[in-house]
Design a protein around this ligand. Structure first.
Ligand code: BV8
Ligand code: ZN
Length: 242
């Protein structure tokens, strides 16, 4: 990792597993019980808004007790120590920001905000009123969680910054993602094809594993701080000697 000064990192639900948040797939994945399209799509929401709100409210209640773990903190430190550092996340939990990361590209939005289906206003405040269990906007419209569902476009500006960072970086980390959801899952491939050193940190193998230069089968909370220390050791000392 010596001389790697343009670092890009893609994180998934696995980086927040050690903070107590469930992942989507894998053994204990929450998708196992439900089909993702039922809970994380506009069709699913229109068919059963109460069920979808129950799921997001449950996730918000778990998140209220969750704290960033050493992996989140290491990425926040890496951002301040590295000349060019881009943090791209598929997570909607806001733990990177809580750990001190200043710039976070949230590909799939944020669970902390609600968006009005009628006037599109976004807010993280308490809803003003409810229709049964469904929170509503001051304009009267129903609210939905401010996340990107299946079949929905990702925020254009955020996605193009993520593509650019993956093309230009010289070191790319894929941390705790099953590399199953597109277009996010194309980012590690783009980095690899653009000549970056690619390292995957995941307890299991994913579709990206065989094209990564290194696969660290370790918990993110251990491997990310270790990688940051290795990087800073061979880059900070180098820059101190120059
Ligand atoms: C779009 C909502 C375009 C927010 C989510 C067929 C082929 C290719 C693509 C498609 C296809 N059919 C449909 C598509 C498109 C679809 C898609 O990719 N589907 C997949 C499933 C095939 N994508 C979309 O719909 C996207 N939009 O393409 O629009 C379009 C639109 C209109 C018109 C034209 C074009 C939208 C994708 C966003 C969907 N929203 N969630 C929320 O509620 O959270 S996706 C959901 O999965 C989450 O957001 C999450 O971010 C995402 C990815 O999951 P991961 O983060 O990777 O988590 P996962 O549980 O899967 O894996 C965790 C990993 O961590 C595991 O590997 C595990 O081993 C590891 N791990 C666990 N613990 C640890 C660990 N690793 C290290 N340490 C640990 N401690
Ligand atoms: Zn409204």
């Amino acid at each position: 990792m010596a001389g790697k000064r343009n670092v890009a990192v893609l994180t998934g639900a696995g980086i927040s597993a050690e903070s107590g948040l469930g992942t989507f797939r894998g053994k204990e994945g929450i998708w196992n019980k439900m089909r993702p399209e039922e809970l994380a799509s506009m069709e699913g929401f229109m068919a059963n808004p109460e069920l979808v709100w129950e799921w997001y409210n449950y996730r918000r209640s778990v998140l209220a007790e969750a704290k960033p773990n050493p992996a989140h903190h290491a990425l926040a430190k890496w951002e301040s120590a590295c000349p060019k550092f881009t943090l791209i996340t598929q997570n909607v939990d806001g733990l990177h920001q809580m750990a001190g990361s200043k710039s976070v590209l949230e590909l799939h939005g944020s669970i902390k905000i609600n968006r009005c289906l009628s006037c599109a206003q976004e807010s993280s405040d308490e809803p003003v009123r409810y229709e049964g269990k469904i929170p509503c906007c001051s304009c009267g419209g129903r609210l939905r969680p401010g996340v990107v569902w299946f079949g929905e476009m990702l925020p254009e500006a955020v996605l193009s910054q993520a593509f650019r960072a993956s093309t230009e970086c010289d070191l790319f980390l894929a941390v705790g993602t099953s590399a199953a959801v597109y277009p996010a899952a194309s980012l590690p491939e783009i980095a690899f094809e653009s000549g970056a050193l690619t390292i995957e940190i995941n307890l299991e193998h994913t579709p990206f594993t065989e094209s990564a230069h290194f696969h660290l089968a370790a918990q993110a909370g251990l491997a990310v701080p270790a990688l940051y220390h290795a990087w800073s050791h061979c880059n900070m000392t180098a820059s101190n000697n120059t």
